[in-house]
Design a protein around this ligand. Sequence first.
Ligand code: CU
Length: 160
Amino acid sequence: MSATMGSLTCLFLVGTIFDVVAIDHEVGGDFCWNLPPTLTFFSEWARNNTFFVGDRLKFMPGANETHTYAEAKSEKDFDECVEEGIVFDSSIILTLQNNHLGPRFFICTDGNHCNMGMKFTIHVLPKSVTMPNTAVKIHGLLPMPILFFITIMANLIFFL
Ligand SMILES: [Cu+2]
């Protein structure tokens, strides 16, 4: 009986840690979701962040600018700024769900903003029990094939 209680307590604690781990990523950092100074601004921002299931993306437009965000259906659509994906215009916050692991492609669908650099790819990783301030250490714990894949993807995105 006490063993069962112990297991339940353990499960509860793990669940609590999971909740604490979710991170809010303000897209573009302090710059927010606006027309960027360089074409690679947002892809560089994405490359410098690690994204896990449960994390949230916040697309905050500037006070005097209007932007949307949409998810391109494929890497090809993303590369070509094809605006036929899912447009999320009702909310500025997107929670990364468990059924969307791997690469996700985001673009702005306003005017030609996508071609002007309002686009980035993230690679969503499974949930981790690591605390946010030690998230960077996860790189060292990733199996080599995953790390290799991420590196390849990052380089592909950088050179496209
Ligand atoms: Cu825009």
